[in-house]
Design a protein around this ligand. Structure first.
Ligand SMILES: NC(=O)C1=CN([C@@H]2O[C@H](COP(=O)(O)OP(=O)(O)OC[C@H]3O[C@@H](n4cnc5c(N)ncnc54)[C@H](O)[C@@H]3O)[C@@H](O)[C@H]2O)C=CC1
Ligand SMILES: O=C(CO)COP(=O)(O)O
Length: 343
């Protein structure tokens, strides 16, 4: 229907971002800098008040001054009222519960945008599948933003590219326009399966890279983990219907390299602590409530791989280090001692 086509291709003028953590706050800034009216929902009233009165979200992005066009609220209904797009910026394991609460408030035809990088533990679903199911909307109404996007660097306006993925190309183009700025360059893609699996799996590989750093290993080890991590991620993705080339793109190799190499990554930092001998609980304490998604997604991705009949040896050892008491040193030895094979 032509009316539907117009709606899909319309650039969102008013957007709600639900979740005022590192990435939600940063993405809200990107949208505002792109000329979009943004309301950012914060779970804690004091965070919303701080943003409105000081223009800073000191807990997550100290020193970053947020644009005037961005307003914060602790009222989700107020945030979503009259919006063309709703951006979901909460951790992947709580998205279902959060969204169920917001579902009655969602504007009927708004594009629902997931920023979360994970696979749900209880169902093994990707985030777009969770969104479509809980919001009761067609998959064409759901979009995903994923790429080498360490929040802190983007908040500092360092040049970065990303991918806006949606099965509905017109909707992806509209969202692309709504978040394009001189420092943030989104590309479109319609391979939702590949984009989301790449984003979830790279967190697990970043945990492995962090463990390698914690054990004192250098760049050869990291590069080997990144390359073989990409191989196992691609195997899983292709088995689940993704385009192989997606894994060579920004949301694949791009995000994998950024996350595995950067000390800003929560996943890599978490892995580094485990590599240095800290327990899961100690590493969790040190994360100060910020989410290292790979710690949970290593288990769901491992199950997804088993169900699909795909070998993911790095994901397997990361799961066993995080949840079954395997030490990082023996985990590395186990990976090296696997049956010899062709690349
Ligand atoms: N920080 C980054 O650089 C990037 C993060 N992401 C992804 O975006 C998603 C959100 O990440 P961040 O904003 O960085 O996380 P964060 O830990 O900084 O913030 C999470 C936000 O969700 C809110 N929240 C709402 N309900 C919650 C609940 N039940 N439990 C816990 N938190 C709840 C928290 O109050 C907080 O504002 C994750 O899936 C992450 O992998 C993706 C790209 C970049
Ligand atoms: O997804 C990210 C970068 O693209 C952020 O990675 P961390 O969640 O490990 O900080």
């Amino acid at each position: 229907m032509p009316e539907q086509a117009d709606q899909n291709g319309r650039v969102p003028a008013k957007v709600a971002v639900l979740g005022a953590g590192s990435w939600g706050t940063t993405f809200a800034k990107v949208l505002a800098d792109a000329g979009t009216d943004v309301t950012l929902w914060a779970r804690r009233t004091e965070v919303a008040e701080e943003i409105n009165s000081t223009r800073v979200n000191a807990g997550y992005l100290p020193g970053i001054v947020l644009p005037q066009r961005l307003r914060a609220t602790d009222d989700a209904a107020e945030a979503m009222h009259g919006t063309d797009a709703v951006v979901l910026a909460v951790p992947s394991q709580t998205l279902r519960e959060n969204l169920a609460g917001w579902q009655p408030l969602l504007p009927e035809r708004a594009t629902l945008v997931s920023l979360a990088k994970g696979v749900e533990l209880s169902t093994l679903k990707r985030m777009s599948e969770v969104v479509s199911e809980v919001a009761d909307v067609a998959m064409e109404q759901v979009a995903v933003v994923s790429g080498p996007n360490l929040a802190r660097e983007i908040a500092a306006e360092q040049p970065t590219a990303t991918v806006v993925a949606c099965n509905d190309h017109d909707r992806a183009v509209a969202l692309q326009q709504a978040c394009s700025t001189p420092y943030f360059r989104p590309y479109t893609n319609t391979d939702l399966v590949g984009i989301e699996l790449a984003g979830a799996c790279k967190n697990v590989i970043a945990l492995a890279c962090g463990m390698a750093v914690g054990l004192g290993y250098g760049h050869n080890t990291m590069s080997s983990l990144i390359t073989r991590g990409l191989a196992e991620t691609t195997r899983l993705g292709v088995a689940l219907g993704a385009e192989p080339m997606t894994f060579a793109g920004l949301a694949g190799l791009g995000d994998l390299v950024a996350t595995c190499m950067s000390p800003l990554s929560r996943n890599r930092t978490f892995g580094e602590r485990l590599g240095r001998g800290e327990t899961l609980a100690q590493a969790q304490d040190a994360a100060h409530g910020q989410v290292a998604e790979g710690v949970k997604s290593c288990s769901s991705i491992r199950q997804l791989a088993a169900r699909t009949g795909v070998e993911m040896p790095i994901t397997d050892v990361v799961h066993r280090v995080c949840h079954e008491g395997l030490e990082p040193g023996p985990a590395a030895a186990e990976l090296l001692g696997r049956e010899r094979k062709a690349e």
